[in-house]
Design a protein around this ligand. Structure first.
Ligand SMILES: C[S@@+](CC[C@H](N)C(=O)[O-])C[C@H]1O[C@@H](n2cnc3c(N)ncnc32)[C@H](O)[C@@H]1O
Length: 231
């Protein structure tokens, strides 16, 4: 039986060579972001952006939520993949980062498909719940501050429709989740969410050890959930 493949630098270069389709606009956004003080480490990897676009397409995404805009790479990837008439609502605390992305959204011709909400993401999510109601989003990408991951997850589960998808980034947190001596609040919050997800019968899950760990949580329809609970 095949086991998890260790991805050497050489293999990673091969994966990129045969599957990555990052275009010039995304490449320039990555380059500009890399020169910022916080640099490219906060940004999703190019292959993850491409994966997010695929997931938006697979869910037929018309209403998508992006928690943690930064310079707008994930928002741009997902906006390009929306179904006609669709929208990405993206949440950010600091306008100085999202302003950088806005110029690229414009260049890519998707600015009218991206709705930027500046403020604490918890407030924004609560407002979205009041504005659109529960079950109104096709896909949520959680990539904001890690301490609030458990809060973002619960609000996202309320916002996403049945059979909709929650995608959680950094669920391996640079490998730090396996170090019990690491009690950093960010690491603790990611660990808490990972453990909670395993036991959560409201979702089907898969933790993909790609990038910095990407967890997919698909909201089970109520009928299926009842069947699983009874079994
Ligand atoms: C990991 S980065 C997001 C990267 C982004 N998805 C991309 O593709 O480039 C996290 C972002 O969340 C923002 N952030 C941190 N705390 C926040 C909060 N409470 N509410 C909203 N955004 C927050 C940070 O300013 C930062 O830009």
């Amino acid at each position: 039986m095949a086991d998890q493949q260790h991805v050497s630098n050489e293999l990673h270069a091969y994966v990129r060579a045969v599957s990555l389709r990052e275009d010039e606009i995304l490449r320039q956004l990555r380059e500009e972001t890399g020169a910022l003080p916080a640099g490219g480490s906060l940004q999703v990897m190019a292959e993850e952006g491409q994966f997010l676009a695929l997931l938006v397409g697979l869910t037929g995404g018309r209403r998508v939520l992006d928690i943690g805009t930064y310079t707008g790479y994930s928002a741009l990837c997902m906006a390009r993949a929306l179904a006609p008439g669709g929208r990405v609502i993206t949440c950010e605390l600091h306008r100085r980062w999202s302003d950088i992305g806005a110029a690229y959204w414009e260049r890519a011709g998707v600015a009218d498909r991206i709705d930027l909400r500046i403020g604490h993401a918890t407030d924004t999510l609560e407002k979205l719940l009041a504005e659109y109601g529960p079950g109104s989003f096709d896909l949520v990408f959680i990539d904001g501050d890690k301490q609030n991951y458990p809060v973002y997850y619960e609000l996202s589960l309320a916002l996403v429709r049945e059979e909709g998808l929650i995608v959680v980034d950094n669920t391996l947190f640079f490998g730090r989740v396996v170090d019990p001596a690491d009690t950093d609040p960010q690491v603790a919050a990611v660990r808490e969410l990972n453990t909670r997800l395993l036991k959560d019968d409201r979702v089907d899950i898969s933790l993909l050890p790609i990038a910095d760990g990407v967890t997919l949580a698909r909201k089970r329809p109520t009928a299926v959930r009842n069947r699983v609970v009874r079994a």
